[in-house]
Design a protein around this ligand. Structure first.
Ligand code: ZN
Length: 200
């Protein structure tokens, strides 16, 4: 799933858990939803994706937040919960291949607890698939209606990014393929192997 889909799910989680919490819980959960995908250029869906550990941490943080009733504790719990939901939900998306619609990879998310890759279920066939955009919209549109000001603008931007990415998803791969095909080998050294191997 797209990082924006995960972020929008985080935003709605915050709006459900802390409807009167203002910007902090919404921002924390939105960022938590985005956070795992910051490993895109490292070991994607392994370095920052923790389906088991984020879930455990979120439960502990939620218990702490319930006890201390502080906005910061709540924000931490929401960040971790959104990151956990992201890490688990990636199992229901596509694999790690660069053309995930071809469904050739058996790797969705790395499970550090059991030390193995979890296979993709492909309910959402690939990131940027029409059903991925729809899922984001199902969460994003209610959030858009409930929020105001900066948060509303950010949600609208996220929806616009999702729409553009969904429309361009396959074309982007063609462009990348052409670039890899024509780029001098000295330059490709700087591109992570994962991005190059599928295109050769
Ligand atoms: Zn992810």
């Amino acid at each position: 799933m797209m990082a924006t889909t995960h972020a929008l799910i985080g935003v709605v989680l915050a709006l459900v858990v802390a409807p009167d919490g203002g910007l902090l819980p919404v921002a924390a959960a939105g960022l938590g939803g985005l956070f795992p995908d910051f490993d895109l250029y490292v070991a994607h869906r392994k370095t920052l994706h923790f389906p088991v550990y984020f879930s455990l941490a979120a439960f502990v943080a939620a218990a702490v937040a319930a006890l201390v009733a502080s906005p910061v504790a709540l924000a931490v719990a929401l960040f971790l919960a959104a990151a956990a939901i992201h890490s688990v939900m990636d199992i229901f998306g596509g694999g790690l291949e660069l053309k995930p619609w071809e469904a050739t990879s058996d790797r969705a998310v790395y499970d550090h607890f059991n030390g193995r890759w979890l296979a993709p279920k492909r309910w959402i066939r690939y990131d940027g698939a029409p059903e991925d955009f729809l899922l984001g919209a199902v969460f994003g549109i209610p959030a858009l209606l409930v929020l105001s000001g900066t948060a509303q603008t950010v949600v609208a931007l996220a929806l616009a990014v999702s729409a553009a990415y969904s429309l361009l998803r396959k074309a982007l791969v063609e462009v990348a393929e052409r670039l890899v095909g024509t780029a001098p080998p000295e330059l490709l050294v700087y591109v992570p192997e994962r991005f190059v191997e599928d295109f050769r």
